[in-house]
Design a protein around this ligand. Structure first.
Ligand code: OSB
Ligand code: MG
Length: 372
């Protein structure tokens, strides 16, 4: 059955999931996880999307309030007419600059509805070549080295395929040295600076070279592509970009400049799963490794991220830890990690179902928009 898809009703819901413990990065402390979930009722059925913004504009310029406003006032009105294919969303929303996380939620919900209507699965549709993916975990900044080592020990015990440590000035060489000496050189280990350094720190960051890290993620500011190229030339540790890469054109520019040799792809950062695939394609064509990042998504976003991580260019473990690593409960059935891997969902659409009771329990606000 084919035919155009039309949005008839939209529900923009802010949910708050408790975190087992605060998540600390160079840009601040997240005490709980607030996410926007978007339910679209279409003439072809229901689809779910997730917008993984933070409450404040500290990771990118978007935040929960800006994304809600963008979805309600600027994105959904541009999707009032019928769409033949979710691929048309990109063009329909192209007139709105930025607001990529908000766009990703709308595209994701339409993809879910459209795929379900066609009994197709997201991973198959994106071109996944695997049925399960290796899983890494992102470990926040701790106050004390002992606490960090206890945290890492637990994650090693659980069987994660790689560990990522958040770093910032004052919490960089010492925690990495401590983890290496406690767990040995064979532990797959990488670090993420969330843009906390400047090029004047190049000599200091070169101190990480002796620890055999897989990569250093986003050492410098988002717009510092040229500076990242200079830094990359001075480090043995491969430079990976996160915040700097907003779309496939940014990836192409970064590669051309030599600003990175690895790219972290997060659909929520780049405007959705289709742009994420385009970034994958550009990187793959240039022999640049990619991996799937995370933004502490619920099971909905994690399910779609797992599908993306099945593409052939995703050659490094992603930040796709099971959501119960972060939350005491989730709004979908929990994922299980076995031998450091998670199975990519195979059902129609995103391949996961929303648990209405958990959804209600997590809901902070709901806004319903009816087609007039
Ligand atoms: O930089 O990768 C990041 C979480 C929020 C904002 C930015 C980042 C992160 C993470 C968490 O590292 C990764 C995850 O979702 O597990
Ligand atoms: Mg990052």
């Amino acid at each position: 059955m084919t035919g155009p898809i039309t949005i008839e009703r939209a529900e923009v819901r802010v949910v708050r999931l408790p975190l087992h413990k605060p998540f600390v990065t160079a840009f601040g402390v997240q005490a709980t996880r607030e996410l926007i979930l978007l339910r679209l009722d279409t003439n072809r059925g229901v689809g779910w999307g997730e917008c993984p913004t933070l409450p404040e504009p500290v990771y990118t310029s978007e935040f929960t309030g800006s994304a809600c406003a963008a979805i309600v006032d600027h994105l959904l009105p541009r999707l009032a007419g019928p769409l033949r294919h979710p691929g048309e969303v990109t063009a329909a929303l192209a007139g709105v600059k930025g607001h990529r996380a908000a766009k990703s939620a709308v595209e994701m919900a339409l993809l879910d509805a459209w795929l379900r209507a066609h009994d197709l699965n997201l991973a198959d549709c994106l071109g996944a070549v695997r049925t399960r993916v290796p899983v890494g975990v992102s470990i926040g900044i701790h106050e004390r080295i002992d606490d960090l080592l206890a945290d890492v020990a637990g994650k090693v015990e659980e069987g994660y395929a790689r560990i990522k440590l958040k770093i910032k000035p004052g919490w960089d060489l010492e925690p990495v040295r401590a983890v290496r000496s406690a767990f040995g050189d064979s532990l797959p280990l990488q670090v993420d600076a969330n843009a906390a350094y400047t090029l004047t720190d190049a000599r200091h960051l070169a101190g990480l070279d002796r620890f055999g890290l897989i990569l250093i993620e986003q050492p410098l500011a988002d717009t510092d592509l040229v500076q990242h190229a200079r830094l990359a030339a001075r480090l043995e540790t491969p430079v990976c970009l996160d915040e700097s890469i907003r779309d496939a054109a940014d990836a192409a520019a970064a590669i051309e400049l030599g600003a990175c040799s690895v790219v972290n792809i997060k659909p929520g950062r780049v405007g959705g799963y289709l742009e994420a695939k385009r970034i994958h394609d550009v990187c793959r064509a240039h022999g640049v490794a990619v991996w799937c990042g995370g933004l502490i998504e619920s099971g909905l976003g994690r399910a779609a991220n797992l599908a993306l991580a099945g593409l052939p260019g995703f050659v490094l473990p992603g930040d796709t830890s099971p959501t119960l690593h972060y939350f005491p409960f989730d709004i979908t059935a929990p994922f299980e990690m076995k031998d450091g891997q998670i199975d990519i969902p195979t059902g129609p659409g995103l391949g996961v179902e929303v648990n209405e009771a958990a959804l209600e329990a997590a809901t902070v606000t709901v806004r319903t928009l009816e087609r007039d």
